[in-house]
Write a protein that binds this ligand. Structure first.
Ligand code: PXP
Length: 244
């Protein structure tokens, strides 16, 4: 029996479309509920410091309505820790944040910020929030995540997804596999995400130790044409096939 893999759907992109016009629609909360009905195991969202997409209201309503897991991506700041304490997501994933980036362009550098990350993770754990750090697929970062007592890591798959040449893609995949193995050996739960799409997800989903994928842009983009229900179900089917 293959290990199950959780599908976390990232609804930030629905909020981005709403904020483009500062309208009430499309509502990421409604989108999250449709994702849940279509078989998503988790809803992921990133409350950024500049509030460019997700708003506090989204997070609060999701906490009150979701029946599946809520994964809050957050910067390792005092303000965000306070928000996490108030909302109590099932999991908090520490991510780096730069105002000038289009999206989360790299992983958190845990190696160089060990003390700060350890402190934030400890505080979150005290509130019974499961902890994860979003890091590049790099064995040193994995070891650092273990040293700061993260329960889980999420590996950044952006470079693998962006690679165009087969050799580059194979190289990036091998970095992911090495990081996954190192994390699993240290007893860390392993997720992956960023840039995953219907075309590239199979190779990552086939890595047996990965128990969660967080996918947003590709699912929301496909939903424009086929609807959210179908978009989530299509992704679920690919994950199932990759594990079969
Ligand atoms: N995981 C993390 C930690 C992210 O920051 C993001 C992007 O917001 C994702 C997963 C989803 O990436 P994408 O939208 O490219 O699928």
């Amino acid at each position: 029996m293959p290990t199950p893999i959780r599908l976390g759907v990232n609804v930030d992109h629905v909020a981005t479309l709403r904020q483009a016009r500062k309208t009430l629609y499309p509502d990421p909360v409604a989108a999250a509920i449709l994702c849940e009905l279509a078989g998503a195991d988790q809803i992921t969202l990133h409350l950024r410091e500049d509030r460019r997409h997700v708003q506090e209201r989204d997070l609060t309503l999701l906490r009150q309505t979701l029946q599946v897991r809520l994964n809050l991506e957050m910067a390792a700041t005092a303000d965000m820790v306070k928000t996490a304490y108030e909302v109590k997501p099932d999991m908090a994933t520490l991510v780096p944040e730069r105002r000038d980036e289009l999206t989360t362009e790299g992983g958190l550098d845990v190696v160089s910020q060990r003390d700060q990350v350890r402190k934030v993770l400890r505080t979150l754990r005290d509130a019974e929030i499961e902890t994860s750090v979003f890091i590049d697929p790099d064995v040193d970062q994995v070891r650092a995540a273990h040293r700061v007592e993260a329960a889980r890591v999420e590996l950044h798959t952006g470079r693998f997804c962006d690679a165009r040449r087969a050799a580059d893609r194979a190289h990036e995949l091998s970095r992911i596999v090495d990081a996954v193995k190192a994390a699993a050996k240290l007893g860390l739960g392993v997720a992956a995400g960023h840039g995953l799409s219907y075309d590239n997800v199979a190779a990552v989903a086939a890595i047996a130790e990965i128990d969660e994928l967080n996918i947003g842009h590709a699912i929301v983009a496909r939903a424009l044409f086929v609807g959210l229900d179908r978009a989530v179900r299509d992704m679920r089917a690919l994950l199932r096939r990759a594990r079969a």
